[in-house]
Design a protein around this ligand. Structure first.
Ligand code: NAI
Length: 349
């Protein structure tokens, strides 16, 4: 089923409001989710709405949170999001970080006690469109075996980065520190499609291509991805006084309890280091130089990091977004959630 981004936004917003969020919070939540589908990140778009709706209805997402924002220094701030929608909390935190960086050059804003915030590039792109460089990292439920380990410890702990190229252009790169995000397994499950064997392992630790058999994910590039996961956990968990490592809450455990997650935004104003005209011109040149390089055998083109997602986003504006039929049917139905989806326990077959 193909839908326009604005129709998808409206359907998601309505469902989230039906589940109990205010119009303002539902609107912001839908904005992040429709953005993800528009960029081809289906793992973090409409596929998650039923889960979010159930958690809102059961009270695990606070529908009326008391956001407590405190600027703790000239360049630092903390938002305690009272377990409200992670999408709303992370947007609030990023907007504050942009404000501080415009004024003081650099901003480090921690968002703590928040829900799941989806595709992190939503937040960093927001900063790049304001002329800022941004990095965002967050905790995620433990589902990854450490390098050399047999049991789960870290989450898929993603990292997103954006830099402005002027006139609405930007480089935006956004990845989980696992070979693939857990949501990609969910998406493969919803489409009943096999996954590549290097993404995940089954209950015995063997590589598997069956998304329904996945028991743990693998870090990217062995010990290097494992090290990046540790850095994300320190910056968005320990630094904010939150649970860390294997004690980070699970998305599917108790839907009536807040997730208590953390996210850290770092925003840099390039004009405090060089001129914005040099910075933006150089970013544009980087993008062009990479695109004009000779591709290796088997490749048609060298993309700048994140470019495939930018291209999907542009194409979505023109020809709409492909949504799995069952997800569309759920979105247009009156149900807040059904018991038919298998997303409650990531390792539950
Ligand atoms: P991915 O593997 O689909 O893409 C990673 C990055 O590589 C993207 O920026 C993409 O545009 C870029 N890319 C892909 N092919 C390329 C090529 N040929 N040349 C240059 N660049 C290329 O992303 P992944 O790791 O599956 O993550 C998906 C999303 O999941 C992200 O938005 C991430 O923030 C989100 N996520 C959120 C979590 C949370 O707890 N909030 C947890 C984990 C992931």
């Amino acid at each position: 089923m193909k839908v326009t981004k604005s129709d998808l936004h409206r359907l998601i917003k309505n469902k989230i409001m039906l589940a109990g969020l205010s119009e303002e919070h539902a609107d912001q939540t839908a904005d992040v989710l429709a953005f993800a589908d528009a960029r081809g990140v289906h793992s973090h778009g409409a596929v998650r709405v039923e889960y979010y709706a159930e958690r809102i209805l059961k009270g695990g997402t606070n529908a009326d949170p008391d956001f407590r924002y405190e600027q703790t220094g000239p360049c630092s701030a903390i938002l305690d999001a009272d377990n409200g929608s992670g999408h709303v909390a992370a947007t609030y935190g990023m907007d504050k970080a942009i404000e501080i960086a415009k004024e003081n050059g650099v901003a480090v804003v921690g968002v703590k006690r928040m829900g799941h915030s989806g595709a992190l590039s939503y937040f960093t792109k927001r900063a790049a469109l304001e002329g800022m460089v941004a990095l965002s990292v967050c905790q995620s439920d433990p589902m990854v075996v450490p390098f050399g380990g047999a049991v789960v410890y870290y989450g898929t702990n993603p990292i997103a980065f954006s830099a402005p190229g002027g006139e609405g252009e930007h480089i935006t790169f956004d990845m989980a520190t696992t070979v693939q995000a857990w949501g990609k397994i969910l998406d493969a499950r919803s489409r009943n499609q096999p996954i590549p064997e290097d993404w995940a392992v089954d209950s015995e630790g063997h590589p598997t291509s069956d998304p329904h058999a996945v028991q743990a994910l693998l870090p990217i590039a062995g010990p290097k991805g494992y090290g990046l996961m540790m850095m994300v956990d320190v910056l968005s968990g320990i630094l904010l006084g939150l649970p860390f490592g294997k004690n980070v809450s699970s998305m599917y455990d108790d839907l009536s309890k807040g997730r208590e997650l953390g996210q850290l935004h770092i925003v840099i104003n390039p004009t405090f280091f060089t001129t914005s005209s040099y910075f933006e011109r150089a970013i544009k040149e980087t993008m062009a130089e990479l695109n004009s390089m000779q591709p290796a055998p088997g490749f048609d083109k060298v993309y700048y990091p994140g470019q495939p997602s930018d291209e999907i986003e542009k194409e979505s504006e023109i020809s709409g977004i492909e949504i799995v039929d069952e997800i569309y049917d759920y979105l247009i139905s009156d149900a807040i959630y059904t018991n038919s989806y298998d997303h409650k326990n990531p390792f539950n077959g």
